[in-house]
Design a protein around this ligand. Structure first.
Ligand code: ADP
Ligand code: MG
Length: 433
């Protein structure tokens, strides 16, 4: 199987080989042909399997086949849940369109809208956007979506988790009825099916590698440890292992900040990435981490979701998530695109019930190792940490308020779903993007 045999045009093949890809990933091989045929496609494959190129390449192929229109109306719209993902998808669009006469831009909140508006006014073919800023600029009359031919919902499961259902529905009203729809998701749940049913027209559903395959190739370990000794242990692991690029997950933003400070005091370069950080600070932290000047990136789930950091060798759960699926997403940051990685979880007594839930989900027991000097506290309570016990509760971001916390008002289809309710509550607590 080659990219050429999928029917992609020469300028795209050139960009692909410049990027260094030799063969299409399984989800790309499955998704690209039906997209090229103009069909609606629902594609699900775990994080890190190359879904971005799965929609970007055929989208560029289709757009470049049609003649450029004089005023360059927006012909393709890609919605993503977070700013970082929007930026990443757009970076991909730019790379793959290098040898095509296609213009694109990206818009997201948290930064000045002026440069975004100026770029849109010049005329662009492809717009990558987060829902909030998109709706905002549309209602200001800065952009029109009336000529959209291809609509892409990327990371659709994240969109739902983050309470963007209403915003998606609003966007659907702004684009023409006759269009090609593509929906990409890491998971394929009942809610995703429901959303797909409401957006897609007679879709082709393609899937690649069940979620557990990744889980199996990642070297996973649990260190049972007393809660108060976690910081000491993580510093020991990173320094003694001489680990150079480590992604650490914490439960809260405060926790991320605290841990980052302690790492820095211990002489380990670290940066925190979470929703209370300015866009500039986040971009800087991520760039430093990718370059290698920042050894440890400490992140909350939402901030880290979908970040494309190739070949990440180590992921540490400073606290394990209380939503089992999040564990799979977290460790999906390691061993991307075939390379193997290591995922370590520091588990205190109050997290044991969450650990059992994770083991049930992934269908395997994770090896436990106790490190001398960092033993678990035999007297600690095994009462689970309640999601609501975070300090920064209730200071959710804007998007948060418009969707999640108004669930009780009805209308949000997710609200009926218990698991989602919990999840949303947790999202609120975490106080995300
Ligand atoms: P997903 O959206 O499924 O999480 P991404 O699109 O972010 O995954 O891709 C994950 C990583 O795999 C990126 O670093 C990307 O450059 C790389 N990648 C994508 N397609 C290929 C391919 N065909 N060959 C090699 N690497 C690829
Ligand atoms: Mg993706």
């Amino acid at each position: 199987m080659s990219f050429k045999s999928l029917g992609l045009s020469e300028p795209l093949l050139k960009a692909i080989s410049k990027k260094g890809y030799e063969t299409p990933s399984p989800i790309q091989a499955k998704a690209i042909p039906p997209v090229l045929e103009g069909k609606d496609v629902l594609a699900s494959a775990q994080t890190g399997t190359g879904k971005t190129a799965g929609f970007t390449l055929p989208m560029l192929h289709l757009l470049s086949k049609n003649p450029i229109q004089k005023h360059r109306p927006i012909r393709a719209l890609v919605l993503t849940p977070t700013r970082e993902l929007a930026a990443q998808v757009h970076a991909n669009v730019k790379e793959y369109s290098e040898f095509l006469n296609i213009r694109s831009t990206v818009i997201f909140g948290g930064v000045n809208q002026k440069p975004q508006v100026a770029r849109i006014r010049q005329g662009i073919d492809i717009l990558v956007a987060t829902p909030g800023r998109l709706i905002d600029l549309e209602s200001q009359g800065v952009l029109s979506l009336k000529r959209v031919e291809i609509f892409v919902l990327d990371e659709a499961d994240r969109m739902l988790d983050m309470g963007f259902l209403r915003d998606i529905e609003r966007v659907m009203k702004l684009i023409p009825n006759k269009r090609q729809n593509l929906m990409f998701s890491a998971t394929f749940s009942k809610d995703i099916k429901k959303l797909a049913y409401s957006i897609l027209d007679n879709p082709v559903h393609v899937e690649a590698t069940p979620e557990n395959t990744a889980v199996e190739i990642i070297d996973q370990k649990v260190h049972r440890v007393a809660k108060g000794k976690k910081t000491g242990l993580i510093i020991k692991l990173i320094s003694e292992g001489n680990w150079k690029q480590v992604l650490v997950f914490t439960r809260t933003k405060h926790g991320a900040n605290r841990l980052t400070k302690k790492m820095i005091s211990a002489g380990i370069t670290a940066a925190a990435i979470h929703g209370n950080k300015s866009q500039g600070a986040r971009t800087k932290a991520l760039a430093g981490f990718k370059r290698g000047t920042v050894r440890v990136l400490v992140a909350t789930d939402i901030a880290a979701r979908g970040l494309d950091i190739p070949l990440l060798p180590h992921v540490i759960n400073f606290e394990i998530p209380n939503i089992s699926e999040d564990y799979v997403h977290r460790i999906g940051r390691t061993g991307r695109a075939g390379a193997s990685g290591q995922a370590i979880s520091l588990v205190s007594a109050d997290e044991i019930s969450y650990l059992r839930g994770i083991e049930k989900l992934i269908g395997m027991k994770i090896d436990v190792e106790i490190i001398e000097g960092f033993e678990p506290d035999p007297n600690a309570s095994t009462e689970p940490i309640k999601p609501g016990q975070n300090r920064n509760r209730g200071r959710g971001g804007q998007r948060n308020k418009t969707s999640n916390s108004r669930n009780s008002g009805g209308g949000n289809k997710n609200a009926n779903h218990n698991r989602n309710k919990n999840r949303n509550r947790r999202r609120n607590n975490e106080n995300r993007n």
